[in-house]
Design a protein around this ligand. Structure first.
Ligand code: NAG
Ligand code: NAG
Ligand code: NAG
Ligand code: NAG
Ligand code: NAG
Ligand code: NAG
Length: 491
């Protein structure tokens, strides 16, 4: 059956009208006089992300959150009013008269439950040319509040500066020394409660930068590999699988972020979960949903300081699977032998002999996750030889590690804590100050033993492959659909 010309025109026109209605009603942003009510969503222009009200897990409370639009699991990646939910479906997100974003409940006298700190100054409010505000959800998952002056635009606030429990691609974590802003992840209270939990995943800028997980003020875990042989010091590093890591370590900021440049991957995220685990999840193009590719802590050696001061933790059973995972560093012995024999290393190790001006030398231990670098001194202006000499000269210097050429070295003057063995070929060479007797015994040992561990630091990264965002462009669509019945979970 063929349509005649007139019918064809009418059908075409109807299709156009339907498309037009969808497109005109659609949006990735709200202006100052608009609002997102519970049940409505913003959709980023490329249909990558959605923002709206949701209830996590078994909770009936309502939160404003962001999730990947095509994620059938609805893993929430950011939450606005995480500590102040709406009890019913009367929640609204809008821009207030003073150019700030608010979440409030209509049923509760419009008292704000959450507001973005937009830093709008009072003086700008009384000016003749009041700025115009809009809040826009970008395809990166960043929700930005834009201040539009006569002929300029600036971001007055962005969700990427206030991460919750997830680090998305392009989201910087770390410290901006100019503004004092410190961006880190904080766990949910539980799977059903996105409220601010006790676990944080953050950059510790002291000494040499590293990533740490804390529970309150207690350190639980350290990355130990943000720098050194991986080249993650300052600049861009392309790692296996198509992930580009950007670290900045200069007078202005100490930050880390990544980009995914592998087209077979939709996204890669890091999650600080409510049980204290850090998880790396990857969403492959060909598979719906997320894959857990990496999670820590996994074993005892991942627990911060498991083998005490001057201890060394070996998670691989190099000395025998039934053996205690803790050893003392060369030149050291257990402080409390009895405790140690009961496989409790918390008291750590002490020097066997004094190692100060009595012929001491350095013993190299390869493939190590170096001790906590919070107390390390970073010397970016000396050769490796200078570094060694400097350490030898000062009796309080306990160890040093060579950084890449052109970066220098690290030296430790306090306790050596949380030193652990890495897989063969991964990690750093740690040079430990030992007394002459210890060195003599070490030098006598057969070469095969000394060469037991790998020699070449190789760029092996636990991170699996990642890719760029290539999404089919789409017209801006506002979906006035109910999200209430769907299950939402933290990633
Ligand atoms: C939600 O309910 C609790 C308990 O009744 C109440 O304390 C809280 O103020 C309510 N919050 C809102 C936003 O209505
Ligand atoms: C507001 O509260 C009343 C009862 O206090 C309730 O009947 C109504 O459904 C609520 N509105 C919404 C949108 O939840
Ligand atoms: C966080 O720590 C505090 C103090 O130790 C504790 O009272 C609270 O229950 C903890 N919160 C969670 C979600 O575990
Ligand atoms: C290990 O020994 C310390 C005392 O040095 C003690 O406080 C701790 O409870 C012991 N740990 C275990 C698991 O027994
Ligand atoms: C770096 O070392 C060179 C010579 O080794 C010296 O001239 C220079 O002043 C040093 N720079 C800093 C910042 O210490
Ligand atoms: C050894 O190094 C420490 C830490 O840098 C320093 O405080 C101390 O003055 C140095 N001692 C000597 C003798 O140089």
């Amino acid at each position: 059956m063929f349509m005649n010309f007139t019918e064809g025109v009418i059908v075409t026109t109807l299709v156009q009208i339907v498309l037009l209605i969808r497109c005109c009603a659609s949006t990735d942003s709200i202006a100052a006089d608009q609002a997102i009510k519970d049940g409505e969503v913003l959709v980023s222009s490329g249909e990558v992300f959605e923002l709206g009200f949701f209830s996590p897990g078994k909770s009936t409370k309502r939160y404003v959150g962001i999730w990947y639009k095509k994620d059938v699991e609805n893993r929430v990646v950011w939450v606005a009013n995480r500590d102040n939910p709406v009890n019913d479906t009367s929640g609204v997100l809008s821009i207030g008269t003073h150019g700030n974003l608010f979440v409030y409940a209509k049923n509760r006298s419009n008292i704000p439950l959450w507001s973005a700190k937009s830093g709008v100054s009072i003086s700008s409010l009384s000016s003749e040319h009041d700025p115009i505000y809009k809040a826009q959800l970008l395809d990166t998952g960043n929700f930005v509040l834009v201040e539009q002056q006569q002929d300029s635009e600036k971001v007055a606030w962005q969700s990427f500066d206030y991460p919750t429990h997830v680090q998305l691609p392009f989201m910087k974590l770390g410290i901006d020394k100019r503004t004092g802003l410190n961006r880190f992840l904080t766990s949910w209270k539980s799977e059903d409660d996105p409220g601010t939990g006790n676990y944080t995943y953050r950059i510790d800028p002291d000494g040499a930068p590293q990533i740490v997980v804390n529970k309150g003020n207690i350190r639980l875990w350290r990355s130990g590999n943000w720098n050194m042989n991986r080249g993650w010091w300052n600049g861009k590093t392309t790692v296996q699988g198509g992930l580009e890591i950007y670290t900045t370590n200069d007078e202005n900021e100490i930050t880390i972020m990544w980009d995914v440049v592998n087209p077979s991957i939709i996204s890669r995220i890091i999650v600080m979960d409510s049980s204290g685990s850090i998880k790396e999840l990857i969403w492959y193009q060909q598979k719906q949903g997320w894959n857990l590719v990496w999670s820590e802590p996994l074993n005892k050696c991942d627990s911060y300081g498991w083998c005490g001061a001057f201890g060394r933790c070996d998670p691989f059973g190099t000395y025998g699977l039934s053996e205690f995972e803790c050893k003392c560093l060369p030149g050291f012995q257990p402080l409390l032998e009895v405790e140690w024999n009961m496989k409790n290393a918390s008291s750590g190790c002490v020097r066997k002999h004094e190692a100060c001006r009595n012929g001491e030398r350095f013993i190299k231990v390869a493939n190590m996750r170096t001790p906590d670098t919070s107390w390390a001194l970073v010397d970016t202006n000396s050769s490796w030889k200078q570094c060694k000499d400097e350490c030898l000269r000062n009796c309080s210097c306990l160890a040093y590690t060579k950084l890449r050429v052109g970066i220098g070295c690290l030296t430790w003057y306090g306790n050596l804590i949380d030193t652990r063995d890495n897989a063969q070929g991964v990690g750093d060479e740690l040079y430990i100050r030992v007394d002459a007797l210890e060195y003599a015994q070490y030098a006598k040992k057969p070469k095969s033993f000394l060469a037991k561990k790998g020699m070449l630091p190789v760029l092996v990264v636990s991170i699996a492959m990642v890719s760029s965002f290539i999404f089919v462009g789409c017209c801006l669509c506002l979906k006035r659909k109910r999200k209430g019945k769907q299950k939402f979970i933290p990633p």
